[in-house]
Design a protein around this ligand. Structure first.
Ligand code: AMP
Length: 441
């Protein structure tokens, strides 16, 4: 199958050739004719399948002869990196057409974005928070939008963006074409799809590269030995090409990158507390090989296409089996073989089962001398694990001492309160101060 069948205008065909795309990917084959026919679309597909071009190409074809300077297409994406990446694809695929695009996200100044609106723009690729800000405070209008794309809808849900998305929808014409892409389809995404799509065509595309190209291994280890094990593996079994390491928390990513740098590796962190510039530098440095190791959280790394990743390390396992597949899919791209290694702790047993069930096979375990999984849960609150201290005489009367049950309850409530504050943080907002620019050139 070739791109010819779609009947794209010659400028678009030139741009496709210049991008080096020879044949449409499966999602492009399925989606492009449907989008060109004006249908709404529900696409179950991940990054790496070619889904950006699957919606960008028909949008460009549709707009190529339309009057310029009014926002006719809006793409909403969860992270700044993804918005920037989608924008780059639009720029390349719309070269020479005169169509203007702009990426809109927080963490950077508003002025260049406002200037772009002033000059006139045809396609916006936006993260929800900053887009709403422009709608509410700067008179941005979306009443001429013909096509709306909601990309990585499940990720937007996880990041708490659905209320913002519903607010954005109120600014759009009711009569429009809507395309919704998501890597997974839990009930909340299905509900949003029902609310926003009209008689959608559904397509399901699996990540193209077979998992067989990726050699997977699980390394049993205790939590506190993980960093040492990673250093051991990186030294003993160096890979040609770059390594993408996933941690569960931003703090973990920052800390681990520091340790790797200290041990002499060229590494950088990529996490939400870094400024947009720092994040972009980390990514560029990873892409051009300045950093051979990037330590990232899922949210920071999601949607990023880094085609030359030779090795993925799950320093911490993700919270779903699908996310594991998505993570390791970063390697083994374009029919290259890749390696995915995961550190597994006592408390990961259920997740390992779920991952193996999803793949329909067991993954080999590698035991490294000097490293072993803990023999009991490492999740238990510290005070219950610590051996009881000898009872010293206390000034407090017996009745005043908190029972350990009360203490646990209290620390659980504290934890909840902390978690609550955390979820309130808008990932699109820049973090003022406290910005750590990790990375060693
Ligand atoms: P995406 O899933 O949109 O992030 O795309 C993943 C990667 O595939 C990007 O690097 C695209 O440039 C590339 N790509 C998209 N379409 C094609 C195609 N038809 N042939 C080869 N590469 C493609």
């Amino acid at each position: 199958m070739s791109f010819k069948q779609f009947g794209f205008k010659s400028q678009i065909t030139n741009n496709i050739n210049n991008c080096g795309y020879e044949h449409p990917t499966p999602i492009q084959e399925e989606a492009i004719p449907k989008v060109m026919a004006g249908k709404d679309l529900l696409g179950l597909a991940q990054t790496g399948t070619g889904k950006t071009a699957a919606f960008a190409l028909p949008i460009i074809q549709q707009l190529i002869d339309a009057p310029r300077g009014k926002i006719r297409a809006l793409v909403v994406a969860p992270t700044r990196e993804l918005a920037e990446q989608i924008n780059q694809s639009f720029i390349e695929l719309a070269k020479g057409t005169g169509l203007r695009t702009v990426a809109i996200y927080g963490g950077v100044g508003k002025k260049p974005q406002l200037d772009a609106f002033q000059r006139g723009v045809d396609i916006i690729i936006a993260c929800p928070g900053r887009l709403l800000d422009h709608l509410n405070n700067h008179g941005l209008k979306l009443d001429k939008v013909d096509t709306l794309v909601l990309d990585e809808a499940d990720q937007m849900f996880d990041m708490g963006f659905f209320p913002d998305i519903r607010r954005i929808l109120k600014h759009l014409p009711r009569k429009r074409q809507t395309l919704l892409f998501s890597a997974t389809m839990p009930a909340d995404i299905r509900k949003l799809a029902d609310e926003t799509l009209t008689n959608p065509e559904e397509i399901r595309i699996k990540l193209e590269q077979p998992l067989d190209l990726i050699s997977q291994a699980l390394y049993p280890v205790s939590k506190r030995q993980k960093s040492a094990l990673l250093l051991h593996i990186l030294k003993k079994e160096p890979t040609e090409g770059s390594t993408l390491v996933f941690t569960r928390t931003k703090y973990g990513a920052k800390n681990l990158a520091k340790k790797l740098i200290k041990a002499g590796f060229s590494a950088s962190a990529l996490q939400g507390n870094m400024s947009q510039n720092q994040r972009q530098n980390a990514l560029n440095g990873f892409r051009d090989g300045t950093f051979s190791i990037l330590v990232a959280t899922d949210i920071a790394a999601r949607g990023i296409d880094v085609s030359l990743v030779a090795q993925v390390v799950n320093f911490d396992l993700p919270s779903t089996a699908e996310a594991y597949t998505h993570r390791i899919g970063r390697t083994g791209r374009a029919k290259r073989s890749g390696r995915a290694i995961s550190f597994i702790c006592f408390d990961d047993k259920a997740m390992v089962k779920a991952i193996e069930r999803l793949q329909g096979k067991s993954i080999k375990r590698i035991n490294v001398d000097g490293f072993a999984m803990a023999e009991e849960s490492e999740e238990t609150p510290k005070q219950t694990r610590r051996p009881a201290r000898p009872q010293h005489k206390s000034k407090k009367k017996l009745g005043q001492r908190r029972s350990s049950g009360q203490q646990q309850k209290r620390s659980a409530t504290k934890g909840k309160a902390k978690a609550k504050t955390k979820t309130k943080t808008n990932p699109n907002k820049s973090s003022s101060g406290n910005i750590f620019g990790l990375g060693q050139k």
